[in-house]
Design a protein around this ligand. Structure first.
Ligand code: OSB
Ligand code: MG
Length: 395
C-alpha cells in the first residue's frame, strides 16, 4: 500500500496518462473567479459558421490557499455552431456548476479536480478552462512547466495558419504570401459550398509544393455530392470535417472513396467517441482541441490512443489568447503531435494579447513551447481588468 498523504513537492513519476492521473499535488481552492472579457479582433475570421468581429472569452482564476494563482481560458462562441458550447452556456457552467463544486475544496491532485464534476455531461469548454487553472497551480507548486509535467519532447511547435473565407481570391493569395514569408509551414483553407475547388486549385497552382489542407467545418451534406473527387486529386494533407459532427457513417463512406485522409475535428468530442469514429474509419487524422474534448486529461487520452493506432494528430485552436495558447503549446509538445498546429500568434487576431510578452512564430515556422510556470507566459492582469465586462466570485 502506498501512503495516502499528499506530498507537496512530489515529482511526477511518469508522464504517462496513468502517471498524470496519480499525480499528487495539493490544490486548495480558496476562491474562484470567472471573468467575461470582450476582446476586439483586428481581423475578421469567416468560416462556414459565419463571421466574427469581436470575441467574448472567459477566464477562470483560481486562488490557492498557499498563495498561488492559476488561470485558465474558455475561448468563446456567440452561437452553438462549432460545438454546443457558447460564451453564455460556459458562463453558466463555470459560475453555476463547476465554480461552486471546487470553491472552498481541497484536492490531492488535478485528477481529483476533474473527478469533482464527473457526473456532469457536456460543457466541455468550461471543464477545460477549470482544469487548466488547476494545472496552472500544479505547475507552479512543482516548479515545472506543463510541457515538462505532461511529457513534452519538443521545444518548438511547427505552426500552420488557418485562412478564413474571403471576398476575393486575390485577398487570400496576398495573405498567404505574407504568412509564408513569416515562416508558417502549412496552410489550411476554410471551405464552404461555392468557395472550395476553384479556390484550392488556385492556391495549389500559385504555391506549388506547399503543404495544404482544407476545413469544411461541417458545411457540406453528403447527399449533395460535393467537391471531394476533385479535391482528392490535389494532394492535400487532409480534408478536415466535411460533414456534420454526428454524420459518422457518411464520413466513413467518404473516407473509403478518398486517398486523402479525412481529419476529425467537430466529430471528435471525447476519447470514447474518437475511438469509435476511428474504429469506423471515419477519418485517419485527428485534430485535438482541448476545449472541445473537455480538457487536458481527455486530450492526452486521445493523443495516446491515436499514437497506439498510428493515427497522426495535431493541436487545433479556438482563437485563444496567449493564456489558452500556452496550454495548447505545452500539449502540442507531446511526442505524437507530429503535424503542424493551428497556433497562430494572438496578435493575428487580437488588438492586445492577455500575456506579456506575447509569443510569435520563429523564422523556422515553429513557436517556442513556453518554459514558464502556469500557462507558461506572464499573465497581464491589468489588461484583463480593462477588458472584463462581467465577473463572478465564489463565496
Ligand atoms: O475548425 O479549427 C476550426 C475557429 C473556430 C471554430 C473552428 C475552427 C477554428 C479555427 C481557429 O480554425 C484556428 C486557430 O485557433 O488558430
Ligand atoms: Mg476544424
Amino acid at each position: 500500500m502506498t501512503t495516502e498523504q499528499a506530498s507537496p513537492a512530489a515529482e511526477p513519476t511518469s508522464a504517462s496518462a496513468a502517471g498524470l492521473r496519480a499525480l499528487q499535488v495539493p490544490i486548495n481552492v480558496e476562491r474562484v473567479q470567472v471573468l467575461s472579457l470582450q476582446l476586439p479582433l483586428v481581423r475578421h475570421f469567416r468560416t462556414a459558421y459565419g463571421v466574427s468581429v469581436q470575441k467574448r472569452n472567459l477566464l477562470v482564476r483560481l486562488e490557492d490557499g498557499d498563495g498561488v494563482v492559476g488561470w485558465g481560458e474558455a475561448p468563446g462562441a456567440e452561437l452553438p455552431t462549432y460545438s454546443p458550447d457558447t460564451h453564455d452556456s460556459t458562463w453558466y457552467a463555470l459560475t453555476g456548476i463547476l465554480g461552486p463544486k471546487v470553491a472552498g475544496h481541497r484536492f490531492d491532485g488535478p485528477r481529483a479536480v476533474v473527478d469533482s464534476w464527473r457526473e456532469i455531461v457536456g460543457y466541455h469548454t468550461a471543464k477545460h478552462a477549470m482544469e487548466c487553472a488547476a494545472w496552472s497551480i500544479v505547475s507552479q507548486k512543482l516548479g515545472q512547466s506543463l510541457s515538462q509535467i505532461w511529457g513534452g519532447v519538443r521545444d518548438g511547435v511547427p505552426t500552420g495558419e488557418s485562412f478564413g473565407i474571403k471576398d476575393h481570391i486575390a485577398e487570400l493569395h496576398e495573405e498567404i504570401e505574407e504568412r509564408l514569408a513569416e515562416g508558417y509551414c502549412r496552410i489550411k483553407l476554410k471551405i464552404e459550398p461555392g468557395w472550395d475547388v476553384d479556390v484550392v486549385r488556385s492556391v495549389a497552382a500559385q504555391f506549388p509544393g506547399l503543404p495544404l489542407s482544407v476545413d469544411g467545418n461541417c458545411g457540406y451534406d453528403a447527399a449533395d455530392g460535393g467537391p471531394w473527387r476533385e479535391l482528392d486529386e490535389l494532394n492535400l494533407l487532409m480534408i478536415e470535417q466535411p460533414f456534420a459532427r454526428d454524420a459518422l457513417c457518411d464520413l466513413a463512406d467518404l473516407q473509403q472513396t478518398l486517398s486523402t485522409p479525412i481529419c476529425l475535428d467537430e466529430s471528435a468530442t471525447s476519447p470514447g467517441i474518437t475511438r469509435a469514429a476511428l474504429s469506423l474509419d471515419c477519418g485517419r487524422i485527428v485534430n485535438i482541441k482541448p476545449p472541445r474534448v473537455g480538457g487536458i486529461f481527455a486530450a492526452i487520452d486521445i493523443h495516446d490512443m491515436c499514437a497506439e493506432r498510428a493515427i497522426p494528430v495535431w493541436c487545433g485552436g479556438m482563437l485563444e489568447t496567449g493564456i489558452g495558447r500556452g496550454f495548447n503549446l505545452a500539449l502540442a509538445s507531446l511526442p505524437h503531435f507530429t503535424l503542424p498546429a493551428d497556433m497562430s500568434p494572438a496578435k493575428l487576431f487580437y488588438a492586445e494579447d492577455l500575456v506579456e510578452p506575447t509569443f510569435d512564430i520563429r523564422p523556422d515556422g515553429t513557436i517556442a513551447v513556453p518554459d514558464g510556470l502556469g500557462c507558461g507566459f506572464s499573465v497581464a492582469e491589468e489588461r484583463i481588468a480593462r477588458y472584463a465586462v462581467a465577473r463572478w466570485t465564489s463565496e
